[in-house]
Design a protein around this ligand. Sequence first.
Ligand SMILES: CC(C)(COP(=O)(O)OP(=O)(O)OC[C@H]1O[C@@H](n2cnc3c(N)ncnc32)[C@H](O)[C@@H]1OP(=O)(O)O)[C@@H](O)C(=O)NCCC(=O)NCCS
Length: 182
Amino acid sequence: MGRPIVREGSGISLGILERSDIPQLYAEFNTPDVRRYLTGRERAVSLEAAYQMYDSAQKDTSTMTYAVAVNALRGKGSSDLAGTVALNHIDWANRRAEVAYILFRKYWGKGYGTEALSLAVMQAFWTLNLRKLTATVCRPNRPSVKVLEKNGFRKAVTFTNHVYVEHEGYVDEFIYELFRQE
Ligand SMILES: CC(C)(COP(=O)(O)OP(=O)(O)OC[C@H]1O[C@@H](n2cnc3c(N)ncnc32)[C@H](O)[C@@H]1OP(=O)(O)O)[C@@H](O)C(=O)NCCC(=O)NCCS
């Protein structure tokens, strides 16, 4: 059975993240390239901890993580998984959330990050009825800044010399925001 899709895109779609996806996520996300600019990168995560995080997220109404599925690979027998996009810290009273996205290294530079965020924005605004999204990104993560700005996010906050990145030292961190257009 193929992965159930919650929002269809042209190159990728957002689908249900299954427990059986965890070993692949664990292997593909635990590389220096992918983790370079992620918050919490200093903490090594075991496979067992990755399963525990998945299980606790299933019961947590303040977080929703979607699989980024490559359309051309769907239903072909091999894995269609290219990464995840998550809505975290969902605040249902104030109708806002934080969005975060991670793709496997081999899928970078194909427009999938931009489309994954665009689909997550639509899901947040038009399915979950949220009205505002924020995203945290550090200055040297230029692909991520580009993905945010191409989706209409505006820089709202700058923290100077806020996070430490190996070989780069302390770098600025930004909070971007996007409001639903009514
Ligand atoms: C951030 C990430 C999701 C981007 O995904 P992606 O599929 O490669 O992004 P896209 O292909 O949609 O677009 C990337 C854009 O950044 C640009 N870009 C790539 N490298 C760049 C660089 N070094 N400097 C400036 N721009 C760069 C690309 O040209 C592209 O812009 P364009 O479409 O105008 O040409 C991916 O790099 C990733 O998973 N990184 C690791 C996890 C991470 O950092 N997540 C974000 C945490 S805030």
